[in-house]
Design a binder for this molecule. Structure first.
Ligand code: ADP
Length: 546
């Protein structure tokens, strides 16, 4: 598509209302297609590129109205506030809003340029009625659907009301629809276009890369009480106390963990707050505001803290505990360094953390969806265990054409690249290890227990350790103590490779202790695993250490 340069008239509107001298190349291409060709668009743009301008500018330029569907009221409030500060009239309508009269007056009179609404309101009967009324009196320039990945079950933030937004196509059948998101695989992209009934949409996909982010992964050194050991390398020593180098978000898997971590940090003199869905809305808002105003530098949160954080200078995102899966992980680290300056993303995890993830996945009733979540989790595991470039692995998840072939270690990229550069190596080694016999041994030991335990008991058995869970008669089994020369850590690492490559499978269950339920997992051989014992590598599953 040939896109002419923006005219002086466009540039002067851009300068006057938005304070920018130029459009970014993709922004102008999208805006031009909306204004000139009334074309639908599906936009996948890395965080920080400037998605909002794509839907705010067209209505300002043509004195029209952009209707923006956005998932969070707090986000809408912030955007409405900053638009009004720039002399662009904006308002929002939602079910929970008390006074709608002023907003409606501004909309009907033609004053309002940008109207924000929630997807729930849009798909409600009263919302439909009002949208039809607006259509009768206003020149609607554009319908924008922000965070459009919520449309898709294959995304990481599926929201049911997004699924019904095709109603907008029916009400505004000749008005261009612009769907926007920061993260979408090709499968999600297809789903967005289909579900919103976009008509021959212009697809724009900027690189997913965030060059200013540095990625690092480590195993946790011990229990939560020891977390200071892990964080020490991130903290800066200032006189007698420690500080994080800038605004920091620490993600934990559970509410309880956020409290525990926040308490330990506080005991060590670090000002922070725990943030999770168990707190009152008022308290959550308070913490969010303090964070945005730099009155609070560290937030220890569950994933409830996320979408809609309007803070561009987050310097560090830490996952203390394994993230949920690969897509939400990339969305969460996307909150770091939105100002374009360097920021770091750490993960500290232990293998036990996977039990929580598996427990949630086992409780998904839709089988197809459950399989998909398992695949996303497996990819995350690959990311955690890789010895190659982590950035490359992340990017290749979203972009199928992104392969490993050309990748060489580069500075300021990830811990693996740094390691290789320090060793003076020009490329990543792919270690050739033959693990066949060890794998067979581990699989046989697991099979001895017929899926009654997780990985620990069979490994203790293999290493010849006594454990009350190992039945007496098994102590005289030929495999008891057969693998004593290999460490427990090495056996566990091998077990994870077997899980990843489909030789073993985990099932989740819960165990009770002192009246409380805890998620745990048991492990058993798949049919590929059983075959592997018989014929080693020839069964079609090649165990490849990453
Ligand atoms: P996204 O929603 O894609 O994460 P935003 O719309 O929040 O990004 O914009 C990110 C930052 O980029 C904001 O600070 C915004 O002011 C700035 N920005 C957007 N467009 C331009 C532009 N054309 N020129 C300069 N800065 C821009």
């Amino acid at each position: 598509m040939n896109v002419p340069e923006p005219s002086n008239e466009h540039l002067s509107v851009l300068r006057k209302y938005f304070g920018h001298n130029q459009f970014r190349p993709m922004q102008w291409k999208i805006i031009h297609s909306i204004l000139e060709n009334k074309r639908d668009n599906c936009v996948i743009m890395a965080t920080g590129y400037g998605k909002s301008l794509c839907y705010q500018y067209p209505a300002v330029f043509c004195d029209g109205l952009s209707i923006v569907i956005s998932p969070l009221i707090s986000l809408m409030q912030d955007q409405v506030f900053s638009l009004n500060m720039s002399n662009i009239s904006a308002c929002f309508l939602g079910s929970a809003q008390l006074s709608k009269t002023k907003s409606m007056d501004d909309i009907i009179s033609g004053k309002c340029r940008i109207l924000y609404v929630t997807p729930e309101w849009c798909t409600s009967e009263s919302g439909n009625e009002i949208l039809n009324q607006i259509k009768g009196v206003r020149k609607v320039t554009l319908i924008a659907i922000d965070e459009a990945h919520c449309v898709s079950q294959w995304g990481h933030d599926f929201r049911n009301s997004y699924r019904h937004l095709s109603i907008l196509r029916k009400i505004f059948n000749t008005i261009p629809i612009l769907a926007l998101t920061a993260t979408a695989t090709s499968q999600v992209r297809i789903d967005i276009c289909k579900s919103l009934q976009l008509n021959n949409p212009l697809i724009t996909c900027t690189s997913f890369d965030r060059p200013n982010l540095y990625f690092s992964v480590s195993l946790k050194s011990g229990k939560t009480e020891d977390l200071f050991k892990d964080f020490q390398k991130i903290l800066v020593r200032k006189e007698l106390s420690y500080k994080f180098s800038g605004a920091t978000i620490i993600y934990c898997q559970t509410k309880k963990k956020t409290e525990d971590v926040a308490n330990i940090l506080k005991e060590n003199g670090i000002m922070c707050a725990a943030y999770h869905a168990g707190l009152s809305l008022k308290r959550r808002k308070e913490i969010h505001e303090q964070f945005v105003k730099d009155e609070l530098l560290v937030i220890v949160a569950t994933v409830a803290f996320g979408m809609g954080i309007d803070k561009s200078d987050v310097r560090c995102v830490i996952h203390y505990g394994v993230p949920k899966e690969i897509e939400s992980y990339y969305q969460e680290v996307g909150r770091a360094g939105r100002d374009g300056l360097p920021a770091t993303c750490y993960i500290f995890y232990s293998y036990a953390d996977f039990a929580t993830n598996n427990y949630f996945i086992e409780n998904i009733s839709n089988k197809k969806f459950q399989e998909h979540r398992k695949r996303m989790l497996k990819y995350l595991q690959k990311y955690l265990e890789t010895r190659n470039c982590r950035r490359q692995l992340l990017l290749s998840y979203f972009d199928d054409s992104n392969t490993f072939i050309e990748k060489v270690p580069t500075p300021n990229c990830c811990d693996n690249c740094t390691k290789f550069i320090k060793l003076g190596k020009q490329k990543f080694d792919q270690p050739e290890l033959n693990l066949t016999e060890d794998v067979k041994l581990l699989l046989k030991a697991i099979d001895v227990f017929q899926g009654r335990f997780g990985m620990s008991v069979p490994i203790k058995f293999l290493r010849g350790c006594q454990d009350c869970k190992i039945p007496k008669e098994k102590l005289s089994h030929e495999l008891f103590g057969f693998g004593k020369d290999t460490s427990e850590v090495a056996w566990k690492a091998l077990g994870r490779l077997c899980l990843r490559d489909g030789l073993l499978e985990e099932s989740s269950c819960s165990s009770s202790h002192m009246g409380k339920k805890f998620p745990m997992s048991t492990v058993h051989l798949t049919s590929a695993g059983k075959q592997y014992i018989k014929i080693g590598k020839k069964c079609g599953v090649e165990l490849t250490p990453t």
